[in-house]
Design a protein around this ligand. Sequence first.
Ligand code: S6P
Ligand code: ZN
Length: 190
Amino acid sequence: MKPFTTEINTENGFLKNAHNHLQRRLSSMQGQYFDAAAYDALLKKEDTLVYEVYENINMPKVPGELYHGSSIVHPGKVGEEFFMTKGHFHQVLDTAEVYSCVHGHGYMMMETPEGEWAAEELKPGVVLYVPPRWAHRSINVGTNDLITFFVYPGDAGHDYGSIEVKGFRKLLVERGGKPAVIDNPRWAGV
Ligand code: S6P
Ligand code: ZN
């Protein structure tokens, strides 16, 4: 493989020459938002585009490679809960990831299988280190697109399993006009 460049548009997150473009609409996030009635009502109106990812992942799936790309979470809410990515653990749990925020305002919700959790604020200039073992989900709490640039090892993979079933332990919702962390009522054992 030869060195190559891509170019990120910091206003809209478009990654020129990216190898892959993924789009996730509301319909692909069934069961992910805690207010099921609000989700159904919104989906009935329109199958809104919630987030997009441009990625360079055409390298071998080996630890020495670095997959990278841009993630764009559009602004919006389902009930009180902000638009967000599905979120995942890495399949190879002991792999980290770096996120750099280039536009917008959001949070990264994170948790470990052992029950620790953390929510870090994302705004332009912030560089976030997601250590090995921490599941991560980007959440847009602003009125513009939340755009981040990410880099992770080529062998990491995605594990959506437990999160698709019960979500994260904590949710980020709007309370009194401000983002607030609350317990996820769907989380087993709560
Ligand atoms: C991959 C990295 C991102 C996410 C993307 C979408 O390790 O964290 O590329 O895949 O932000 O999120 P999700 O949870 O739908 O994969
Ligand atoms: Zn990841």
